[in-house]
Design a protein around this ligand. Structure first.
Ligand code: R5P
Length: 299
């Protein structure tokens, strides 16, 4: 088997390879002056089960295209099986037609992944499990969605948040706070978020919680503009929470997101290495490697 880290996931791909006990097989990569990508397989993939690791966080389109190029090339050169680890799966939030005429981007991405010959897609905390299952039925790709929430909670447990209250900023994502609460042991709950589909503006209904003087953690899949996280942190601090951590799997942290979250009162920001940045204190490499070995039987 081979682990091929794509240009967007050199570090995480290297970590997954090392967890699996193999040398990573990097690809040759450069960008042409007009922005197009060049990809060249440097290892021999013929007859191999290959695991391509490429996150698709911004710049999403380029990184998706590079993932397609790697998968198609591996297939064309005779790889026996292709698994794509896209730890952050771009376009997975537009999984429904919220307004008439909208493009179902998750469906488009999955169709392209199928087209380039990927057998298994592995994502971490992709936005909606139900939507993933729905697109899986339409396409000939096996989809595996792993959760990093217990790992994030374990890390927080060891850094002063043992017994902290776990909060989901939206009722639809309560399963994430529940998974974390099983580790932290301090109970869990949710606020209710509403996003204006045209302006993107967020309104949050803050429930009364018994958290005065207690530590708390907000768990979300993604921090993008930071609006959701900032409102949730503010809601907890407003009710007298002591230390509050803003935790997520994928810290995209666009524009002023970090500042917004800090200004809302967050004492800690923590994320995983699905997107590499100064907050990726938790690695998903072991989780992915174990899953590939035990569920995909690639060793
Ligand atoms: C959306 O439903 C997700 O779970 C996140 O809450 C959302 O993507 C975060 O976006 P932002 O940081 O822009 O509020």
């Amino acid at each position: 088997m081979m682990v091929i880290p794509g240009p967007a996931s050199l570090e995480l791909g290297g970590r997954i390879a090392s967890e699996m006990g193999v040398e990573a097989s990097p690809v040759g990569h450069r960008l042409f002056p007009d922005g197009e990508s060049y990809i060249r397989m440097t290892g021999r993939v013929e007859g191999e089960a290959v695991v391509i690791v490429q996150t698709t966080a911004p710049e999403q389109d380029r990184r998706l295209m590079q993932a397609f190029m790697m998968a198609e090339t591996a297939r064309d050169l005779g790889a026996e099986r292709v698994a794509l680890v896209a730890p952050y799966l771009a376009y997975s939030r537009q999984d429904k037609r919220f307004l008439e005429g909208e493009c179902l981007t998750l469906d488009v991405v999955m169709g392209l992944i199928e087209c380039v010959g990927v057998d298994d897609l592995i994502a971490i905390d992709a936005h909606s499990e139900a939507s993933l299952r729905a697109v899986e039925e339409k396409h000939n790709v096996r989809v595996h969605n792993l959760s990093a929430m217990p790992l994030i909670a374990e890390h927080l447990k060891g850094t002063g948040f043992d017994g902290a209250y776990s909060l989901s900023p939206d009722v639809g994502a309560i399963h994430q706070a529940e998974a974390a609460a099983r580790v932290l042991g301090g109970g869990c709950g949710f606020f209710e978020k509403e996003r204006d589909r045209k302006t993107g503006e967020i309104r949050m209904r803050v429930e009364d919680l018994d958290i005065e003087g207690r530590n708390a953690v907000v768990f979300d899949d993604i921090i993008s503009s930071g609006g959701t996280m900032a409102k949730a942190v503010e809601g907890l601090k407003g009710q007298g929470a002591s230390r509050v951590a803003a935790a997520c799997t994928h810290a995209l942290l666009m524009d002023e997101a970090e500042e917004r979250i800090r200004n809302a009162g967050a004492d800690v920001i923590l994320a995983t290495d699905t997107v590499s940045n100064p907050f990726s204190g938790v690695s998903v490499a072991g989780l992915v490697a174990d899953y590939i070995r035990s569920h995909l039987n690639i060793v």
